[in-house]
Design a protein around this ligand. Structure first.
Ligand code: TYD
Ligand code: MG
Length: 453
């Protein structure tokens, strides 16, 4: 099936294969290979010859201390924070997220803020017409009047206009609708997406504007995912959240100019995205106290501590296999904790349905939240509320032992700031903080006894 001059690329992992097949040999995904033309690779064509260009090599010591990297601030505090302090000239940032999560809104607000700060900005949309963009700006009362907008999907035209206008920041919404004349194949095809991103990267490095790209992430993986672009660009941010909730989290998963795993928290309002004033407390906002099955823990998101509520409900099941439903938590982790609670804590779950939910659309990835999940489960089984001023911090091992967590001072400091007074944690944690009553425990048997007492 392979014709001369084409290869097949997997839309999931980006691997290249000489012939078509139903399954990608690299990642094993089915029906993901698409044909891609080779030969006229624009990448090679506009590379300079053997004559060296740009600056010669220098010793690091010769560079001196210097003022560091220049940055343009958007003034959208959480956005600047996640980037590491603002947009770096000449950098390429990919903003990925599911359709409808708010990527276009975020970028339009950034464009408006940048213009207001005196940084000329071009907003290119291949998804909406300039009129639609104007209507959105009006509806959300975003003052974007000074922003140049362009409805265009051809890469060459986008770069031409960006250059002609002399803008400092170019926003491309989205990389999946952009195509280059240099390659055959429809926009959104993984070859097109990668080539356009690579060309924009070179454009940014040579001409100096920063480029922000929107990339749609689809669960099905049918179209080229931003995953295949992650190694090309400088910074990768994912915009996430539950579509039913008002909070949106912007997460840095790669950053050549800042730290990764930082998050920014926004609230979706009728007037666009608002940076949340106190991100560490944002997720505890609608917490109900005095109800059983609710426990609070402190996670670390990058350098920031974040307090979240974990809710558990354990009820006697009818017939058949009991249900296990976990939202915001890996169901296998829940299964492990239930097994440990049963064997080491003497609480049977064999005939109980168990539901665990992390509020605010937050996902638990650290094992440091184990103890809070366990405490919420114990509280639900006994139908006894946990103390409202208590925070639970600890990893739970298969032997039921409670292990200390990293960055414990930061977490405790945040808990204290938000008015919590009691912390249940591993007896091996070496920490003390005035104003906090620390309850050290060795195992979950002890936790179960304390909570039952
Ligand atoms: P949009 O930015 O178009 O999402 P994406 O580009 O990721 O597909 O946002 C989806 C819709 O939500 C859009 O109609 C605008 C609306 N919206 C608000 O009303 N307020 C907000 O704060 C945000 C982020 C979006
Ligand atoms: Mg959009």
């Amino acid at each position: 099936m392979a014709r001369g001059g084409s290869v097949f690329r997997c839309t999931d992992c980006g691997a290249e294969q000489p012939k078509w097949g139903g399954r990608c040999e690299a990642c094993g995904a089915w029906n993901t290979l698409v044909e891609e033309a080779v030969g006229r690779t624009g990448g090679r064509a506009d590379r300079k010859g053997a004559t060296p260009s740009g600056s010669p090599p220098v010793r690091l010591s010769a560079l001196g201390a210097g003022p560091g990297v220049e940055r343009w601030q958007t003034g959208l505090r959480e956005f600047d924070f996640v980037l590491g302090g603002g947009i770096v000239p000449g950098s390429v940032v990919l903003v990925g997220g599911e359709p409808g999560i708010g990527k276009s809104t975020l970028l339009l607000q950034c464009a408006a803020r940048l213009e207001q700060a005196g940084v000329p900005t071009l907003y290119v949309s291949g998804e909406e017409s300039p009129d639609q963009i104007r209507l959105r700006a009006e509806r959300l009362a975003v003052d974007a009047g000074a922003v140049h907008v362009l409805g265009e999907t051809r890469l060459e035209a986008i770069m031409y206009h960006a250059h002609a206008l002399g803008v400092r920041v170019v926003l491309v919404d989205s990389i999946q609708t952009t195509y280059t004349d240099e390659l055959e194949g429809a926009p959104g095809n993984v070859g097109q997406v990668r080539e356009c991103a690579a060309r924009l990267m070179r454009f940014a490095k040579e001409a100096g504007p920063a480029v922000l790209l929107v990339g749609h992430v689809t669960k099905g993986g049918g179209i080229a995912g931003p995953k295949t672009l992650e190694h090309i660009v400088d910074t990768v941010l994912y915009f996430e959240g539950e579509s039913t909730l008002d909070h949106r989290i912007l997460r840095a998963v790669k950053n050549r100019f800042g730290s990764v795993d930082e998050i920014g928290v926004f609230e979706m309002t009728g007037a666009g995205l608002e940076p949340v004033a106190d991100p560490a407390a944002a997720f505890l906002a609608g917490r109900t106290t005095g109800v059983s099955g609710s426990a609070v823990t402190a996670l670390m998101e990058g350098t920031r501590p974040l307090l979240v509520e974990i809710q558990a409900l354990a009820t006697n099941s009818g017939f058949g296999t009991p249900q296990r439903v976990a939202t915001g938590l890996d169901h296998r982790r829940l299964a492990v904790l239930l097994a440990v609670l049963e064997r080491r804590g003497g609480l049977p779950f064999g005939e109980r349905d168990v539901f665990v939910n992390v509020t605010g659309g937050v996902r638990l990835v650290e094992p440091s939240t184990d103890l809070a999940v366990v405490a919420a489960l114990v509280s639900s089984v006994h139908d006894r509320p946990l103390p409202a001023d208590a925070v639970f911090l600890g990893e739970v091992g298969l032997g039921g032992e409670i292990r200390p967590v990293a960055a414990v001072e930061r977490r405790l400091g945040e808990a204290a700031r938000q008015g919590f007074r009691r912390v249940f944690l591993s007896a091996r944690s070496r920490v003390s903080l005035p104003g906090l009553d620390l309850v050290g425990m060795d195992g979950i048997g002890e936790l179960a006894r304390r909570l039952a007492a």
